[in-house]
Design a protein around this ligand. Sequence first.
Ligand SMILES: Cc1ncc(COP(=O)(O)O)c(C=O)c1O
Length: 348
Amino acid sequence: MIKGLRHITPYTPGSQPAGTDMIKLNTNENAYAPSPEVQRALQTFDSGSLRRYSSLDQDGLRQVLADHLAVAADQIIVGNGSDDVLSMAFLAFFNTQQPVLFPDLTYGFYKVWADLYHINYQEIPLADDFSLREQDYLGLNGGIVLANPNAPTGLSKSLQEIEKIVQANQDTVVVIDEAYVNFGGESTLPLLNKYDNVFIIRTFSKDASLAGLRVGYGVGNPKLIGVIKAVKNALNPYNVDSIAECLATAAVKSWDYYKQANQKIVATREWFAAELKRLGFRVLESKTNFILTEPSGVTAGDLWTYLQSRHIYVRYFPNVERLKNFLRISIGRPAEMEKVVQAIQEFL
Ligand SMILES: Cc1ncc(COP(=O)(O)O)c(C=O)c1O
């Protein structure tokens, strides 16, 4: 018997099935390819430069991002996917005895990090309609983490509603995870001018079609950036590789391409939501590149199994009590979503 081994309940990511003949709608990846500029940057990347370590602070990428977001470069920290930035934020900002608050239904990783780092936390139930009640976040706490838009519900809060929470908690850090904000949500970036306790997290995985590249970033007051940077340098200073920095920079510089791609996804989402409603399904109003839906006439589990037999992969949460009648379906290209509707119709 070996002593000292850690028991931990890990995060369960959506599966990554291999195969070409499938419609993969289970991990909210972007339906479209990276921009031509990103593809060109990959083709012309100087492999000789890999002899050296990557940059420590991604000055080039941070400057391009700063211009794009109209903030200062010293308000940004880059990480190996937003999971990396979120994980460091938990370590950097949540060090009181008070519980960190987040909704009972949200990105499942928050709870895992809190457990991993022995951070006291409290899951605040969303309302019956899955909406977030600002008044639940006004009491004593050790920090707050909100995905806005939320996942897996897809629901979004306005800037004004989030501001109420930030304003009422100026002695703790409020982390706003904006992974999906560019599919119709309202960004909280304007709050950075008024409050120094907001930390906003973004990713290239969803709106920039670069989930496999692993780049995300946090935006906040330079003081918060200093604290999280110290954590980064205590863990893994070269956490962002040189290829990732180069390609992410090209992505920001070609944002017009992504704006168009993401507009197409929003249009497809609205079409798909209307189709599901036509079939009698309950559909939550999504501001993301996925939809949370409660099937009608069949169970979520049976539909999930059937779709999988047709090589259509969507997300099912059988172990989450409030979600076990729901499926989360990422938005693919129009032809893919037409096939999904057809398959559902055939099963009903
Ligand atoms: C709300 C939310 N935040 C963060 C992430 C992590 O994204 P990444 O680590 O790819 O940047 C995800 C991924 O699904 C997510 O849904």
